[in-house]
Write a protein that binds this ligand. Structure first.
Ligand code: FAD
Length: 397
């Protein structure tokens, strides 16, 4: 399901089957001199998967992928086909643009794009305070802004990108700095730190010590600048808090990390903490629903054979995010359940009702949906298990 179905040069929209991968979509768009306005760190996802979880990039003036969709086609759990957009079937449209797959299968989408553009990216060392003391100034310092904070220190790297007509000049990556040290040696050090967690803060400081290596400037096609290498396997947890709560949330997180460092068996956390910004949306389950947000993401290195302790960090992080009206990223680890979600999303009950209408037999209910979207009583009463449903209704399958 990855064909291009229609293209409107005047409106700058493209209609595609929803299974197309973002990597392929960038090429298809470039061929028509168009591009997505904002993209996250990778492009391995399908458009449908990225949309279903409100996947986002960064830029306070730019929405998540769900908000870029102007029309979609959904086959619901009863087999009925719906075409919806801002004018027709508006409620279903607002629910289905971030649906976690719970309403049915999205077969095609129309995406609002913009004329193809290059980005001029500049990466500079800074401090956490320099960014959050006047956050408003920081978020407006470029069209696309993100911050990587190095916990256990006040160090940070600011990444800014603006549309440009400058000549393309690809990223000055070097094998020694970016692959050998930045990936292999650093990963080995993190693995060793698994057995000696007290070394993590000094490892983080050392990584920042050569601050000139963190300084970079380049010009490239937009999607190449938006994407970058996420390095090694990680545990990830990311929440969106209202923009005006972000400085306080980050300060509280820093206080917690510092207090842990003073404790003998306190948590030691890996870098970076990633800070991004997304414009408000009218999609019911977008974490940016009716508020411009700051996404704060934490990671812990995840060696294959020796799990690192990360739950204490996650718990403290989530407690801080909750007290700052946070909503978790749907596609990352989080511990919000039905009642928590109901209290933070004004349209949550409407979404639950829409799910009942679209999928009364629970064809699309999986463990995730059962945990997060079904009320405890629904969870008990619904057949909910695809194989059971199919067996009952069509024993031949
Ligand atoms: C290395 C890495 C980096 C990432 N970086 C970012 C980032 O920068 N920003 C960000 O916001 N997120 C990021 N993510 C999260 C990622 O964007 C989401 O996990 C995304 O949902 C994955 O899309 P997918 O196509 O793999 O979908 P899947 O994982 O297959 O599915 C995701 C959801 O979409 C639903 N779905 C899929 N196809 C359809 C369909 N046709 N109809 C209806 N529902 C459907 C599924 O039911 C499921 O609920 C990252 C993830 C990784 C692994």
């Amino acid at each position: 399901m990855q064909r291009v179905l229609a293209y409107d040069a005047y409106a700058c929209t493209l209609t595609v089957e929803a299974g197309i991968k973002l990597h392929d979509l960038h090429q298809v768009l470039a061929h028509r001199n168009m591009a997505l306005s904002s993209v996250g760190s990778i492009s391995d996802q399908s458009v449908a998967g990225a949309m279903a979880t409100a996947t986002h990039g960064t830029g306070v003036g730019f929405g998540d992928i769900s908000s870029m969709i102007t029309q979609l086609v959904l086959i619901d759990g009863t087999g009925k086909r719906h075409v919806c957009d801002h004018q027709n079937n508006k409620d279903l449209f607002d629910a289905a643009r971030c649906s976690l797959g719970a309403l049915g299968i999205v077969t095609q989408v129309t995406i609002q794009c913009e004329p193809a553009f290059a980005l001029h990216a500049v990466q500079t060392p800074t401090t956490l305070d320099a960014a959050i003391d006047d956050l408003d100034k920081f978020v407006h310092s470029a069209e696309h802004v993100r911050l990587w904070w190095f916990p256990h220190t006040d160090n940070a790297v600011a990444w800014r990108a603006n549309r440009t007509h400058m000549e393309l000049e690809s990223s000055p990556d070097s094998f020694i700095r970016d692959r050998l040290y930045g990936f292999h040696i650093y990963q080995m050090q993190l693995y060793k730190a698994r057995f000696k967690p007290d070394s993590i803060p000094s490892l983080t400081r050392k990584h920042f010590a050569n601050r000139f290596a963190l300084q970079k400037e380049w010009v490239d096609d937009s999607y190449r600048v938006f994407n970058f290498d996420c390095l090694f396997p990680q545990y990830v947890n990311e929440w969106a808090v209202p923009l005006e709560q972000a400085s306080s949330a980050l300060r509280q997180l820093r206080r917690w990390v510092n207090s842990q460092e003073r404790e003998r068996n306190g948590a030691r956390v890996h870098f970076p903490v990633e800070v991004r910004f997304v414009r408000e949306s009218d999609v019911w389950l977008s974490p940016a629903y009716h508020r411009t947000v700051c996404y704060i993401g934490v990671i812990m290195y995840r060696p294959y054979h020796k799990p690192v302790p990360y739950r204490k960090y996650w718990q403290a992080f989530e407690d801080i995010m909750r007290t700052h009206q946070g909503r978790p990223h749907w596609a990352k680890a989080h511990s919000m359940f039905y009642f928590d979600l109901q209290s933070t999303y004004p349209k949550f009950d409407d979404f639950v009702l829409m799910r009942e209408l679209c999928d009364p037999h629970g064809i699309f209910v999986n463990d995730y949906i059962r945990r997060h979207v079904l009320s405890p009583s629904q969870s008990r009463s619904l057949a909910s298990d695809t194989s059971r449903y199919v067996a009952q209704n069509d024993p031949k399958l």
